[in-house]
Design a protein. Structure first.
Length: 94
């Protein structure tokens, strides 16, 4: 099991927030898209935007994916991510 630093957790959160924004933006567009070609084009756009958010956070895409996957099975890691998210929301509310 890999140990992740607080900085990596913060980077993961920054990326995840950006990725979630892309998902929220593209989901209705994908649902409204007519035809497989249009849907594939939208998926590609969304994936490119998600990649930009991840890379801008300072993490590589494989590292982001590894943290996301590890958080599914590592309760302590998931709790660290949740605690960092709560702290981030508290800072945003100030």
């Amino acid at each position: 099991m890999t140990e992740y630093t607080d900085a990596q957790i913060d980077q993961f959160l920054a990326a995840a927030i950006g990725v979630q924004g892309v998902v929220e933006t593209f989901t209705p567009q994908l649902q409204a898209a007519e035809g497989e070609e249009a849907q594939n084009a939208l998926r590609e756009q969304a994936q490119q935007q998600m990649a930009v958010h991840v890379e801008n956070s300072g993490l590589s895409i494989p590292d982001y994916n590894a943290i996301a996957e590890a958080a599914q099975t590592d309760k302590a890691l998931a709790e660290r991510i949740e605690a960092a998210a709560v702290a981030l929301q508290g800072q945003a509310g100030q």
